[in-house]
Design a binder for this molecule. Structure first.
Ligand code: NDP
Length: 281
């Protein structure tokens, strides 16, 4: 019997599992569509009910895969999607959201993010997000790839404080956000979504991580995810197109890291000692 997943809480009180499902690269090849749908459904079946997607992934293909995976079982799921910066004008955001809703086959996106800062005034994007929220097409909105300064600037805009989340690159080998962004998010009671929690798979080939995981009797992916799950209000969204690897990732919630193990991870993957520019993929 596996441990329940830890949860994260949005400023409006909505709770979600702290381990969700990524979808980047899904929907790119018709030949793997069935496997991708099965993998997402396997994740939902074991409690990973948060799915992260974006209009950008496979030109809408990942949203369509997500739509297939959630067909007939939308209740209880938490769907995250993103508008591309090039679409993030006032009108463009409204239109992009409609198109995403259509591809997802749902009437509401639970969290709608600006994918990264772009050329359209952020103020206009926020106005569009608020309109979408008022009409019930999205339940809440947030941003992605925003550093601490950008979060402060957003906060100063009208309704800017209603931002619900920031999704950034965060994994054992990319810990820069721990210095100032994560504390800022904590102070503002906002969950941080950790994308590429396995560093797109690269971490899994790290010999130090492999050795430590081997000694603990877990897989490198499980150890990398356990590191993130041990943090308050951090949501990790690993992507896998294999039901077996999804189940393996889910089992990372069964690992309770000891103080010694946390210290060893800190030795192998040091925390930042000064402010670092935000890294992104
Ligand atoms: P991840 O760090 O999640 O790594 C995914 C890779 O790891 C895939 O190649 C996958 O292969 C492999 N993998 C997953 N689980 C295991 C396992 N247990 N054992 C071995 N290999 C494994 O990378 P992503 O970049 O996909 O990040 C996760 C999600 O974050 C994305 O899918 C997307 O939703 C989001 N994202 C957001 C960004 C943003 O700008 N906001 C940018 C990048 C990602 P396989 O599928 O074959 O299992």
């Amino acid at each position: 019997m596996s441990h329940p997943l830890p949860s994260a809480t949005f400023p409006d009180g909505q709770s979600v599992p702290a381990l969700g499902l990524g979808t980047w690269h899904m929907g790119e090849d018709q030949a793997s569509a069935k496997a991708e749908i099965r993998a997402l459904q396997a994740g939902i079946d074991c409690g990973m009910t948060l799915i992260d997607t974006a209009e950008m992934y496979a030109g809408g293909g990942a949203e369509e895969i997500t739509g297939e995976a959630i067909k007939g079982r939308r209740d209880g799921l938490f769907i995250v999607s993103k508008v591309m910066p090039s679409n993030a004008s006032h009108k463009g955001t409204l239109a992009a959201c409609e198109a995403s809703l259509r591809r997802l086959g749902t009437e509401r996106i639970d969290l709608y993010l600006l994918h990264w800062p772009g050329r359209h005034p952020l103020r206009d994007t926020v106005v569009a997000f608020e309109e979408l929220r008022s009409s019930g097409k999205i339940a809440r909105w947030g941003v992605s790839n925003f550093d601490t300064l950008a979060m402060r600037q957003l906060s100063a805009l009208p309704k800017g404080k209603d931002c619900a989340a920031n999704q950034v690159l965060y994994n054992l080998s990319t810990r820069g956000i721990e210095f100032d962004l994560l504390p800022w998010m904590t102070d503002n009671a906002m969950p941080l979504m950790a994308y590429s929690p396995l560093d797109e798979g690269r971490l899994l080939r790290n010999p130090d991580l492999g050795k430590m995981a081997g000694q603990m009797g877990v897989s490198p992916a499980q150890l990398a995810l356990a590191f993130l799950l041990a943090r308050d209000n951090v949501i990790a969204i690993p992507k896998s197109s294999s039901p077996e690897r999804v189940a393996e990732n889910r089992a990372s919630a069964d690992i309770e890291l000891t103080d010694d193990q946390i210290a060893e991870l800190d030795r192998l993957f040091p925390a930042p000692r000064s402010r670092e520019p935000l890294q992104m993929i």
